[in-house]
Design a protein around this ligand. Sequence first.
Ligand SMILES: Nc1ncnc2c1ncn2[C@@H]1O[C@H](COP(=O)(O)OP(=O)(O)OP(=O)(O)O)[C@@H](O)[C@H]1O
Length: 211
Amino acid sequence: MNKSILQVRQLCKTFSSDGQQQHILTNLDIDIYKGDFTIIMGSSGSGKTTLLYALSGMDTPTLGKIIFQGTQIQNLSSDELANFRKKHCGFVFQSIYLLENMSIMDNVLTAGYLVSNNKPEIIKRAKELFLQVGLTEEIWRKFPSQLSGGEKQRAALIRSLINKPDIIFADEPTGALNSSTGKDVLDILTKVNQNGQSIVMLICLLHYPLH
Ligand SMILES: Nc1ncnc2c1ncn2[C@@H]1O[C@H](COP(=O)(O)OP(=O)(O)OP(=O)(O)O)[C@@H](O)[C@H]1O
């Protein structure tokens, strides 16, 4: 059986505003295993993004434990958490946050250089990844505004992969794409998973509560 890399125990998240409490996540237990493609479904507003923020240490839970490869991530300082995310997590979102003032290759390289000093190795890996997802040199030299939604999402996926993360968190990665480009992105995620990459994907479904 595969190794558990992320364990969530009795996770609760409550937001308070105007004296009102909103219990978004209640006593969630989750185990994410190495190499798995885990899909978490929930309706709009059910707390998927809240869960992703907690799992990746971008927000602190109200109660409960998140243990990543033996480390309880709530115990890390904000610098340690930022390092943890850089080294261990990759992110793909519905809104594609590429930097508009640089080519998509430079977007990917910039993310790689944050973690590694080995520039030739990062460049080699970026080129291989671009070719694997069907983006040729002509495309990787372009700026985000010159690309289709599907091409941009594939570039964002490469950026999430460049540092060989332990887990990719994909929050509705096909939400802004039409069905054919959305399928292309899902096919690529499936291929990446078949090569051993652990993926947690959040999908919005109507009328599907998380708890
Ligand atoms: N910082 C916050 N302060 C107060 N309430 C919040 C905060 N963040 C999220 N919420 C509330 O928590 C609930 C869950 O939000 P979340 O974004 O996690 O849902 P979601 O399942 O990702 O929704 P969608 O599929 O529409 O993106 C919503 O009612 C939202 O308004």
